[in-house]
Design a protein around this ligand. Structure first.
Ligand SMILES: [Fe+2]
Length: 458
């Protein structure tokens, strides 16, 4: 009975905290663990992600066209609550295209006081009406938040996480996370609770919250948020890891038939093909070739995913078609996990791109702990580019000390060997659309710039 009174007392405290007029930080810490974060923004709907404390009994989103609170509607969470971790997604439907909405998070019926007003803007219905809108998005990979008792000893691997505050201030229509978005460690990747803990703990970091709220987010994974370093299809928790990834990211879909995380979304006249380079990947340690022939048993994406990708690409009319994948794809001299080390699949895909004369292909990758643009010439067709953005906060790599120091395939002036993120803008009139990539540091300084036009990619 004493416990029941204690539970009632705690419930009143937490309910009160959502309603209270006290300091917002306290409110946020007690009941709202992380978020809100929008994702999968479409013309008439959006997913709002957030994580709440176990004591929260009711969650809802109240939303209305910006400046018109009289038109507010409320959508309640109808799933389970009260678990150890409670990440959840609420879909707001039947919205108006091209409209900015404000929204409130309601916990136990009380409005949570957020540090800034929460808003999202639905996609415009421009097709067959007006030119494709210009837009900007951010990208980055390799985010490590320190936790000394469980990190490797010595110099902390995670660097200054104020880069997320800089990114929150950088104007953009969305953020695309390129993998290694969190790092599972020995204490995390060996069990289900460990995997859940690392996702929950990283996502709850206060320095991240403003950025999560500032723009919609999309994500792929790489080895460290999938499992151990260089993890592959043999990872025994790959389905659990997929489940956690799908709980913590508001992507439109996650693979097919309960397998993998690949998906696709569009923004303006650009398509994004988000690949899963881990769920089906053979071990990177397998030899690329056997008896002088490409090793048929070594695949990175798997037949099911590659068939989906080929069909999705050939159907796409997009000006730019971003193939988004965690590990670098095209760098011919990299000794690390890279699409080109899976030669049967790689050569087959290169033949497919060339024989079908698909324009506008650009690879967007992470993982490397440095940023750069790789240019891969091809016979009788346009060169392919691999834009690599890394690291957000994890350690900086040793590219300056190995065989890649003077990589002849690197676009001169694009190497960045410090904490950074990428800002990518698509602008211009039809037929002359341009992509501009700017690698930026924590102070929003431009470290390197790369530009390419749609005419260069046909
Ligand atoms: Fe990685």
């Amino acid at each position: 009975m004493a416990n029941r009174f204690l539970s009632l007392f705690l419930l009143i405290c937490f309910t009160g905290s959502a309603l209270a007029q006290g300091p917002p930080a306290v409110t946020a810490q007690r009941s709202l663990i992380a978020g809100p974060m929008a994702g999968s923004v479409e013309l008439r709907d959006v997913i709002i992600w957030l994580e709440v404390a176990p004591a929260v009994k009711q969650v809802a989103i109240r939303y209305y066209p910006k400046g018109k609170p009289a038109l507010a509607k409320t959508e309640a969470w109808k799933g389970a609550l009260g678990n150890r971790y409670n990440p959840l997604k609420i879909t707001l439907a039947n919205l108006e295209p091209g409209t900015t909405y404000a929204y409130d998070v309601l916990l136990n019926g009380g409005k949570v006081r957020l540090p800034a007003p929460a808003m999202f803007t639905t996609k415009a219905l421009w097709q067959h009406r007006v030119p494709a809108p210009d837009f900007t998005f951010l990208a980055g990979s390799c985010a490590y938040f320190n936790e000394p008792p469980f990190d490797r000893p010595g110099k902390p691997y995670g660097n200054d996480s104020s880069i997320f505050e800089t990114m929150a201030r950088t104007p953009a229509d969305f953020m695309l996370w390129l993998g290694d978005n969190w790092y599972t460690r020995e204490v995390d990747y060996s069990s289900v609770p460990g995997l859940q803990y690392r996702a929950h703990r990283d996502r709850s970091m206060p320095v991240l919250q403003g950025f999560l709220q500032a723009m919609p987010h999309y994500a792929i994974w790489d080895d460290h948020d999938f499992g151990p370093n260089n993890a592959n299809k043999s990872y025994i928790f790959r389905d659990v890891s997929r489940e956690i990834f799908s709980q913590y990211w508001p992507n439109p879909t996650f693979g097919e038939n309960g397998r993998g995380i690949y998906t696709k979304y569009s923004y303006s006249d650009v398509d994004f093909f988000l690949l899963d380079g881990r769920y089906w990947s053979s071990a990177g340690e397998l030899p690329d070739s056997v008896d002088g022939q490409p090793n048929p048993d070594k695949k990175m994406y798997g037949d099911e995913q590659m068939e989906w990708l080929r069909n999705a690409l050939i159907q796409s009319n997009a000006t730019f078609k971003f193939i988004v994948t965690g590990s670098q794809a095209l760098n011919p001299i990299s000794i690390y996990d890279s699409f080109h080390h899976f030669p049967v699949e790689y050569e087959s895909f290169m033949r497919f791109l060339k024989s079908n004369d698909i324009p506008g292909i650009i690879f967007l990758t992470g993982d490397r702990h440095h940023s750069e643009v790789i240019r891969l010439p091809r016979e009788d067709t346009y060169p392919l580019y691999d834009i690599t953005s890394s690291p957000l906060t994890s350690g900086v790599g040793g590219v300056l000390y190995g065989n890649e120091k003077n990589n002849p395939y690197r676009v001169p002036g694009t190497l960045v060997v410090t904490q950074n993120f990428a800002s990518l803008s698509v602008t211009g009139v039809k037929g002359k659309r341009r992509l501009k990539v700017v690698f930026m540091d924590r102070e929003q300084r431009e470290l390197a710039v790369f530009e390419v036009s749609q005419q260069d990619l046909r």
